[in-house]
Ligand binder design. Structure first.
Ligand code: ACO
Length: 401
C-alpha cells in the first residue's frame, strides 16, 4: 500500500461510494437519487423524499400510503421515555436531550437483525416517526408543561408544529416547514453522516447510529450556523447598519454567518428556494426588521464578496423562517436532525448493504522506546530531563470534579 498525504479533515478524500445524493458546487446543483432539489421542493413532501432517499426510488401510491400510516402509528413515545425526559435538566440543550432519547429507544428494541428487511423497515419507521415527538416533548417539558400527543389527522410537518406550539398551524406555514425538511434531508458525506456511517460499519443497532449522528450534528461547526444568523441580524439591528457591519467584518477578516460554503461557490440552491419561501411567508405573516436586514445583507455581501464565491448558504434563510414560525432558536439544530434523520438512515442502509468496518490509518507523531519510570521517581526524572509539559498535569479543579 502506498503512503498517502495527510489531509486534515479528510478534505477531498473519498471515504465511500454512494448513490444517495450528488452536489455540484460550481453549478449550484443538488440531487437526491438523481432528482433535482428544486423539483422535490416544489412537488414532493418530506415523507415521500425520505422514502426516496432510504429505499432508492419514488414510492407507488400504495407504498407511500403504507409508509405514511406506519409513521403516523409510531409517533407516540413510550411513557418510560417521557418519564426519563422528566429527569433531564430544563436548562440542558435540546440536542443533548434528543441524543439521549434516540439512544434510549434502542433499549426498547434491542433485537438486532440487520439482514432482516422487516427489522430495517421497522427501525426506519420508528426513528422517522419519533424524532419530532421527542423534540417537541422536550421543548414543552422543559417549561413544566405536559407533552402534546400527536394528531393522526395532521401530516408530518403540521403535526410537529402542532405538538410544539399547541395549535394547528396555518397551511402555508406547515407547507413551508415541510419544504425546509426536504431541503435539509440529505447532503452527501457531511460530518454527521460520516459519523453515522462509521457507527453503522460496526454493525451496531440503528438507534446507536442516529444517536451518534445527533451528537455530531450538535457542534457549532456543523448544525448551529442558522442560530448564529439570528444573533447576527439582532446585532446589526437596522438596515442602515448593514454596510458598516459588513465592512467592519471584512476589515477584521471575520466571517459573516450564513454565507460561504466549502462545496458551493455559487448561491446554494437550497438558499434560493428558502428565499422564495421566506418571501411568501413574510408577505402573509408580515415583514419584520430581521427580514429587511437580511435582504440588504445579501445585496451588500454579494457586492463585496461575490467575486470570492461567497453567497448565502442554506442556513441564511432557514433561521429566519423558523423564527417567523415561532420556533425557539435552540430548536433549529434539533429540527435539522428531524430532517437529516432521513439521510442518516439512507446511509445506514447503504453502509450495511455493503459493509466494511471503517478503520483508517494514522501518521504517528509521538516518541518511541520511552523508559517506564516508577511513580516515586517520575518528578525527579522529569525535572532533570525537562521533558514533562504542564498541560499533562491535572489541575486542582479537574481533580475535585
Ligand atoms: N464571510 C466573509 N468571507 C468569507 C465567508 C464569510 N461567510 N466565507 C468565505 N469567505 C472568504 C474567506 O475569507 C476567503 O477569503 P480569502 O481568499 O481572501 O482568504 C474566501 O472567502 C474563501 O473562503 P474559505 O474560508 O476558504 O472557505 P471554506 O470553504 O474554508 O469555508 C465555510 C466555508 C466554513 C462555510 C465559511 O464560508 C464560513 O465560515 N461561513 C460562515 C459560517 C456558515 O454560514 N456556516 C454554514 C455552512 S452551511 C452548512 O454547514 C449547513
Amino acid at each position: 500500500m502506498t503512503t498517502c498525504e495527510y489531509r486534515p479533515g479528510l478534505e477531498g478524500i473519498p471515504a465511500t461510494q454512494s448513490s444517495i445524493s450528488y452536489v455540484d458546487g460550481q453549478n449550484g446543483l443538488l440531487e437526491y437519487r438523481g432528482i433535482r432539489i428544486e423539483e422535490l421542493a416544489a412537488q414532493s413532501n418530506f415523507l415521500e423524499t425520505a422514502y426516496l432517499l432510504i429505499w432508492g426510488g419514488l414510492p407507488t401510491q400504495q407504498e407511500l400510503t403504507t409508509f405514511e400510516h406506519e409513521v403516523q402509528y409510531h409517533r407516540r413515545l413510550k411513557y418510560r421515555i417521557r418519564d426519563m425526559m422528566k429527569c433531564f435538566p430544563e436548562s440542558g440543550h435540546p440536542m443533548d436531550a434528543l441524543q439521549a432519547c434516540a439512544a434510549a429507544l434502542g433499549l426498547f428494541h434491542s433485537r438486532r437483525e440487520l439482514e432482516d428487511p422487516s427489522y430495517v423497515q421497522d427501525a426506519v419507521v420508528r426513528i422517522i416517526a419519533k424524532i419530532p415527538t421527542m423534540v417537541a416533548a422536550f421543548a414543552l417539558m422543559r417549561k413544566g408543561n405536559d407533552p402534546v400527543q400527536p394528531r393522526d389527522d395532521l401530516g408530518y410537518a403540521a403535526n410537529f408544529l402542532y405538538m410544539l406550539n399547541e395549535k394547528v398551524p396555518d397551511p402555508l406555514a406547515a407547507r413551508i416547514f415541510d419544504v425546509c425538511l426536504v431541503l435539509h434531508a440529505e447532503h452527501t458525506i457531511n460530518a454527521s453522516t460520516f459519523s453515522a456511517m462509521v457507527t453503522a460499519s460496526t454493525l451496531t443497532d440503528p438507534y446507536a447510529v442516529v444517536a451518534s449522528a445527533v451528537g455530531t450534528l450538535a457542534g457549532p461547526l456543523h448544525g448551529g450556523a442558522n442560530e448564529e444568523v439570528i444573533a447576527m441580524l439582532k446585532e446589526i439591528g437596522s438596515v442602515e447598519n448593514v454596510r458598516p457591519y459588513v465592512e467592519d467584518r471584512m476589515a477584521k477578516r471575520a466571517k459573516i454567518m450564513g454565507f460561504g460554503h466549502r462545496v458551493y461557490k455559487v448561491k446554494d440552491p437550497r438558499a434560493a428556494i428558502l428565499q422564495r419561501l421566506a418571501e411568501q411567508l413574510f408577505d402573509k405573516m408580515g415583514r419584520d426588521a430581521y427580514y429587511d436586514i437580511a435582504l440588504e445583507l445579501e445585496l451588500v455581501v454579494e457586492e463585496k464578496l461575490g467575486h470570492k464565491g461567497v453567497y448565502p448558504n442554506v442556513d441564511f434563510y432557514s433561521g429566519l423562517l423558523y423564527r417567523k414560525l415561532g420556533i425557539p432558536t435552540d430548536l433549529f439544530t434539533p429540527i435539522f436532525a428531524i430532517a437529516r434523520g432521513a439521510g442518516w438512515l439512507a446511509h445506514w442502509k447503504e453502509q450495511i448493504g455493503e459493509n466494511r468496518i471503517f478503520r483508517p490509518t494514522q501518521i504517528y507523531t509521538g516518541p518511541h522506546d520511552q523508559p517506564y519510570a516508577h511513580v516515586d521517581d517520575r518528578l525527579h526524572l522529569w525535572e532533570n530531563s525537562g521533558k514533562r509539559t504542564s498541560d499533562l498535569a491535572l489541575t486542582e479543579s479537574s481533580r475535585i470534579a
